[in-house]
Write a protein that binds this ligand. Structure first.
Ligand SMILES: Cc1cc2nc3c(=O)[nH]c(=O)nc-3n(C[C@H](O)[C@H](O)[C@H](O)COP(=O)(O)O)c2cc1C
Length: 254
């Protein structure tokens, strides 16, 4: 099925194709390159990143534990420099997981990433609200704190960070069935998830979201969010530049 998705993607004029849950096969990467596309792959460990680079990816997304969606056990702060060092000049590294402000972008650059890859932040935007029109889901996303997510196999059969609520807790009760392995769990729950998200109760929606959702409390157009991110990242980098050069500053003042 994944290969069929790739075939469809390759018929479009995209600039980038991104892959998660295993390294993209070398022949798929070559086919994407033939079409002029770059290939990115998500990594939760240095070993994943090394395998992806060996197969020829252009961009490794170092995605930490706090991220929304399928995510591993190593936090972004530890993972990003580990992957930057493992990859060397083999690929560009983007940092992902827990990024929702300019300060966090600056931190990602400090860790050695050349940029960032964000997911949860786009869920709290005017564009996403218009595209989905499920008010209970939007309320749940806006009101969640950074403690209101959980890594669970309920969504797909593999560990993914989701909004924590009555639905995820019911699956964690003693005596609840174990989720099925991927891809069966998603087949089992996909229709129920659609019904839950449309049911109007924010405390049962099924939704991948990262810990950063706790800081995303205002619905903005994507363009405004990006402008805010860039402005704060710039301000932060300028401030850090000043902090990083106290001897010359001190010398000027003498
Ligand atoms: C709602 C949602 C759906 C996602 N679906 C996918 C996906 O299908 N494939 C994928 O590679 N990553 C997926 N991700 C992970 C993102 O690509 C990204 O790495 C992650 O959201 C970054 O962490 P953040 O949520 O803290 O920004 C998803 C994330 C969210 C929040």
């Amino acid at each position: 099925v994944a290969r069929q998705h790739v075939e469809v993607a390759l018929t479009h004029q995209a600039r980038l194709i991104a892959n998660a849950l295993g390294p993209p096969p070398a022949d798929v990467i070559a086919a994407a390159h033939d079409k002029g596309m770059l290939v990115a792959a998500l990594a939760g460990k240095a070993a994943h990143a090394r395998a992806q680079v060996a197969n020829g990816v252009d961009i490794v997304v170092a995605q930490g534990h706090e991220a929304g969606g399928h995510t591993g056990e190593i936090g972004t702060m530890v993972l990003v420099p580990e992957i930057v060092d493992a990859v060397g000049s083999g690929a560009a590294v983007l940092a992902a997981g827990g990024i929702g402000s300019g300060r966090q972008i600056a931190a990602a650059l400090a860790l050695g990433a050349v940029g960032v890859w964000m997911g949860s932040a786009w869920l709290v935007t005017e564009e996403y609200e218009k595209a989905t029109s499920t008010p209970a889901l939007h309320d749940a996303l806006l009101n969640a704190t950074s403690s209101d997510t959980v890594r669970s196999r309920v969504y797909s059969g593999k560990p993914a960070r989701l909004l924590k609520n009555k639905w995820t807790q019911a699956w964690a009760e003693p005596g609840a069935p174990d989720p099925l392995p991927m891809p069966l769990q998603n087949i089992l729950v996909a229709q129920a998830h659609r019904r839950l998200n449309n049911a109007g109760d924010p405390d049962v929606v099924a939704m991948p979201a990262g810990q950063i959702i706790g800081r995303l409390n205002e619905v903005l157009p994507v363009a405004d969010l990006i402008a805010d991110l860039v402005r704060e990242a710039d301000r932060t980098l300028t401030r850090l530049g000043t902090v990083a050069s106290p001897p010359s500053q001190a010398a000027r003042e003498l």
